[in-house]
Design a protein around this ligand. Structure first.
Ligand code: DP6
Length: 349
């Protein structure tokens, strides 16, 4: 008698970036952030969680990621997520004695990404979101995605935004215990069906400076960061939600590009400076500017996370122009791409 649940979680790409923690233990952010959840046809993680009284107790909980066993006892974040989920299951079991005591059985978690792990492609977001969802399904937990986002956040901050589709805001919250630091849907994907995303895989290599350490360097050393967190982001969150509500692509694009630039400026302002963009990233920025100039209006926007890979947001009506231009000018410099009209990632099994 093995109990099992399988689920997938998509990647999300922030348009107002999370960078900086006000509490590193509870994983609470300095500022709110907002992201777009990409379609499941694109980048995603598939996770199966199972538990059974016949799994040997001595083995404890186990996690296999892309076919390789991971040492979860050394991952405080994974342990925190598992114990929060178990506690919720225990509550159900104490309220109803007819339920099988799944909370007492060892867990086996098997997870596969269909994209390179830790290459700045938000793998931790999809990974932890899928892990939380799979175990919540296995345990038949009644909690809403917003409730579960509190647990996912402890795995990886950005993961709390991948439990929901469409446009998702992660409210930084002000409570010290993090109880109000949760993700909520701003609009479903269906609100803006013309919105498309293209991922340019500039490099599938593991990133130099992991986001967790990079953001702490910025918090402690960048004077620019304080202005970003206090003054710039709060205004942008309001303006971004308005742009999404009104389906105002020009405003959405302007805020997205400015916020990516401001985040990378804070990285450069850190000591030692952190460089995530490379020559190909900068060429992609120039190309988006050229596409917009030739179109005579803003039809495309770029954004970069903690790595050189570009995510281009654009409207369906300019698919051909955006796809054609990137293929013609940057095609040879890329390791691959993924998106509504893109090929699958090249060189990644
Ligand atoms: C640049 O969520 O990976 O992608 O909470 O330490 O796991 P941890 O950080 P993580 O940081 C993501 C940073 C970002 C911006 C974003 O997704 O908002």
């Amino acid at each position: 008698n093995v109990f099992r649940a399988t689920t997938t979680a998509p990647v999300n790409i922030a348009v107002i970036k999370y960078w900086g923690k006000r509490d590193a233990t509870l994983n609470l952010p300095t500022n709110s952030s907002l992201s777009v959840t990409l379609s499941q046809r694109s980048l995603r993680t598939v996770t199966t969680a199972s538990c059974s009284p016949s799994y040997p107790a001595v083995e404890g909980d186990s996690l296999t990621l892309n076919g390789k066993p991971e040492n979860i006892s050394s991952s405080k974040r994974t342990l925190a997520c598992l114990s929060s989920l178990r506690a919720l299951r225990k509550e159900l079991e104490s309220a109803d004695s007819s339920l099988p005591e799944l909370s007492t059985y060892p867990l086996r978690i098997v997870s596969e990404n269909n994209f390179p792990t830790a290459a700045g492609l938000a793998s931790s977001a999809a990974g932890f979101a899928a892990l939380i969802r799979a175990i919540a399904d296995l345990y038949k937990l009644p909690q809403s995605p917003t409730d579960l986002s509190r647990i996912a956040r402890q795995g990886s901050g950005s993961a709390c935004r991948s439990l929901q589709g469409g446009y998702v805001a992660w409210r930084s919250g002000t409570n010290e215990d993090g109880s109000d630091s949760v993700a909520e849907e701003v609009a479903p994907a269906s609100h803006w069906p013309d919105m498309k995303a293209l991922i340019l895989v500039v490099s599938a290599e593991k990133k130099d400076v992991p986001s967790t350490t990079g953001m702490q360097t910025t918090v402690h050393t960048s004077p620019l960061f304080a202005t970003r967190a206090e003054h710039i982001v709060p205004k942008r969150m309001i303006a971004m939600e308005e742009a999404i509500t009104n389906r105002d692509f020009a405003a959405f694009a302007d805020l997205t590009m400015r916020d990516s630039n401001n985040f990378h400026a804070c990285c450069l302002d850190s000591e030692p400076p952190i460089f995530y963009l490379n020559d190909v990233s900068r060429a992609a920025i120039r190309l988006v500017n050229d596409i917009n100039r030739v179109a005579g209006k803003t039809v495309a926007a770029y954004t970069f996370d903690a790595g050189p890979n570009a995510v281009i947001y654009y409207l369906d009506e300019v698919s051909e122009v955006v796809g054609g231009t990137f293929k013609a000018i940057l095609g040879e410099s890329l390791e691959g791409w993924d998106g509504p009209f893109g090929d699958r990632l090249r060189g990644v099994s």
